[in-house]
Design a protein around this ligand. Structure first.
Ligand SMILES: *Cc1c(COP(=O)(O)O)cnc(C)c1O
Length: 443
């Protein structure tokens, strides 16, 4: 504990007071927040640690909402950002280009699953998915299949915040308020759902496409791990079946790798677990090392050429910050760091530590379905109905006292630390997870 310092404490209190008066927080019940929540006030972040205004440090167990794949404040990313800011922070990509955008596109295609050859830039994961949805719709609209206006999504899928993303998402709590205003989407059982077998999920997709393919523009899914649904991990064989069904019915397959890409599950892309290449791939989060909002949608030659043949066939889409040079310069440096620091090669040993920790918690009363893959570990807290939501937050409080920021997803306690978290920080984090879960499960 640090000694009280009245000046610093009053500065902190002032920030919290202003925040509570004005700032509307994401995914937050604001009345409860105003009454009960004592937010962390972060003043600095470095590597896997956040430092608050009270002088305490917290291990960032979820890489700040899954983005800081290379940790916080990586010196090479800071240098790339600073150099680009001095050169030119922003220009449009309309009749203009620049080295960061061009070189990044070349570099990301070189690492992408085969066949993805063109890069459309946008701002974040949601816009990367929105671009994929619009590309699929417009492609069919102007290439002889205008009746293909619906999508297929998976139960529990999460694809972001725009209305298009909300439509294809399958987390009912987030979808329900907007349900009346959404595009048509057929949701199929997910192989990641408890109690849904791989065969059942495959059969359901096969059956739906057999009946409705004529109306479907694309199947949209999170490959191998459904993140927001609670780190639901499924058999990559499902991706091969989905790819084959999409080929058979000539429907596009959209892989939303916003969370799973850039090594989160071990290999560069979760699609790599199955050797599957989608028609459209969405990347964000780790794409810019979590430093600033930047995203891309990768497309095949076929999709690209579907927009040739006259000005009326172009893709009339582009955010103000499309191809932002700061974001592109940082994202390019991210790929160079992956290569120089052999980031992916370092994952298996860390993944094993995570797996060992979560497996060991399986035997605790009140803990179920421990699971892990790559730099993801998760478990469900079970217990009496109504208790569930609170148990996750009790673990959060226990972990906070011990020096880790461990935000739960409902009753799911999980870690998604920076891929480059030093081993001693990882062991400390996993120790805190074990102690905090044990404290709550034993209570
Ligand atoms: C986070 C996420 C998104 C949305 O990304 P934002 O950057 O928050 O807009 C989309 N898809 C998946 C799978 C995600 O995890």
């Amino acid at each position: 504990m640090s000694r009280p310092d009245p000046d610093r404490d009053s500065a902190r209190d002032r920030i919290v007071a202003l925040d509570k008066r004005r700032v509307w927080h994401p995914y937050t019940a604001m009345d409860d927040y105003a009454r009960r929540v004592d937010p962390l006030v972060i003043v600095r972040a470095e590597g896997a640690r956040l430092y608050d205004a009270d002088g305490r440090s917290y291990l960032d167990s979820n890489s700040s909402w899954w983005v800081a794949a290379l940790g916080h404040g990586h010196p090479r990313l800071v240098a790339a950002l600073t150099a680009q800011a001095r050169a030119f922070p922003h220009v449009s990509l309309a009749g203009v280009t620049h080295a960061p955008a061009a070189e990044l596109a070349e570099a990301v295609c070189a690492l992408a699953p085969p066949g993805l050859e063109h890069v459309f830039y946008s701002d974040d994961g949601s816009t990367a998915v929105e671009v994929a949805l619009k590309l699929a719709l417009q492609y069919w609209g102007q290439n002889g299949r205008p009746e293909r206006q619906a999508f297929v999504g998976l139960a529990g899928g999460f694809h972001g915040e725009t209305l298009g993303c909300t439509a294809v998402s399958g987390v009912e709590l987030f979808r329900q308020p907007f349900a009346g205003a959404l595009a048509e989407v057929f949701h199929v059982p997910s192989p990641g759902e408890l109690g849904v077998s791989l065969d059942h999920a495959c059969d359901a997709l096969a059956e739906l496409l057999a009946r409705k393919a004529d109306r479907i523009a694309a199947v949209v899914l999170e490959p191998v791990v459904q993140g927001a649904a609670g780190m639901r991990i499924y058999d990559p064989a499902y991706l091969r079946v989905a790819r084959e069904l999409c080929d058979r019915h000539d429907v596009f397959l959209v892989a939303d790798e916003v969370f799973t890409g850039y090594g989160r599950t071990g290999p560069m892309w979760a699609c790599d677990h199955a050797g599957v290449a989608p028609d459209l791939l969405c990347t964000a989060k780790g794409f810019s090392g979590g430093m600033l909002p930047m995203a891309a949608t990768l497309a095949t030659q076929r999709l690209f050429e579907g927009f040739h043949g006259g000005a009326e066939r172009a893709f009339y889409y582009g955010h103000s910050f499309c191809g932002n040079p700061l974001g592109a310069a940082v994202a390019l440096e991210v790929l160079r760091i992956y290569e120089d620091q052999k980031v992916l090669a370092g994952i298996p040993a860390k993944a094993e530590r995570i797996a060992r920790c979560f497996t060991a918690l399986e035997s605790l009363p009140g803990v179920a379905h421990t699971r892990s893959l790559g730099m993801i570990g998760a478990l469900d807290l079970s217990g009496a109905a109504g208790y569930l939501e609170q148990a996750g937050w009790r673990v959060f409080e226990e972990a906070r006292r011990r020096g880790a920021y461990l935000r739960p997803l409902g009753n799911v306690v999980y870690v998604t630390p920076p891929l480059v978290i030093p081993d001693d920080d990882l062991d400390e984090l996993l120790g805190i997870v074990s102690e905090s879960v044990t404290a709550v499960a034993a209570a």
